[in-house]
Design a protein around this ligand. Structure first.
Ligand code: E4P
Length: 217
């Protein structure tokens, strides 16, 4: 399972990269705004910094909602660095732009996916990644993990190569359940990634080992 971090915070990205477990980064306009990164030029510069901080794919989201605008923006983003994946919204022009980019060999991530039908469209358009938002579905009392399972089944039925990027991950159990289902990638905050480390028996066991070591020395 690939681990992406879902943030535009360079310190968090660097911490996850330094742990040696990071495979990429996802961002969105809200995450950029959260870090105070506003304005097209600043956002472009920030993408360059993120690419320098990690080895893997970096999803950069377009703001346009029409085909021509998405193509112009996506081509500019893709030209920044080979690590860039053009992130497109799941709307009709987004699907069309996804097909356009996949035909040109440019990597894509279709975002704001909330149904199996939307995921099927993304795969047919040749998306590199599809991003179902499980946390936001859970927020409205809908089965986010069930959606991941449905998409896994559909993609396996037809051998679609689009990778399932489980997004809007909120906590450790989301990651574990997505791994059990077979999501190809998960993207979540640093807190969820670091949460995987935690077990009270690890902490108490280590404390005892260190205590016993001191007794013998
Ligand atoms: C995915 O690419 C999105 O950036 C993200 O996972 C959205 O998560 P949220 O629901 O926590 O905003």
């Amino acid at each position: 399972m690939k681990f992406f971090i879902d943030t535009a915070n360079l310190a968090d990205i660097t911490e996850a990269q330094d742990m040696g477990v990071l495979d990429g980064v996802t961002t969105n306009p809200s995450l950029m705004a959260k870090e105070g990164i506003t304005g097209a030029d600043n956002i472009i510069e920030h993408y360059k910094k993120i690419c320098n901080a990690v080895d893997g794919h970096v999803s950069a989201e377009v703001i346009s909602t029409d085909f021509e605008g998405m193509v112009a923006e996506g081509e500019k983003l893709a030209a920044l660095n080979p690590q860039i994946v053009v992130k497109l919204p799941m709307i009709a022009d987004g699907v069309k732009a996804c097909k356009y980019f996949s035909d040109k060999g440019i990597k894509t991530n279709v975002t704001l996916v909330f149904s199996a039908g939307q995921a099927l469209l993304a795969a047919k358009a040749g998306a590199t990644y599809v991003s179902p938002f499980i946390g936001r579905l859970d927020d409205i009392s809908t089965d986010g993990l069930g959606l991941i399972a449905d998409i896994r089944l559909i993609y396996d039925n037809y051998g679609y190569e689009t990778e399932i990027l489980a997004a809007s991950i909120r906590h450790v159990m989301h990651i574990i359940d997505c791994a059990k289902i077979g999501a190809d990638v998960m993207t979540g905050p640093l807190s969820a990634i670091k949460g995987l480390l935690k077990h009270p028996l690890t902490d108490s066991g280590l404390a005892k080992f260190l205590e016993d070591y001191k007794k013998g020395n």
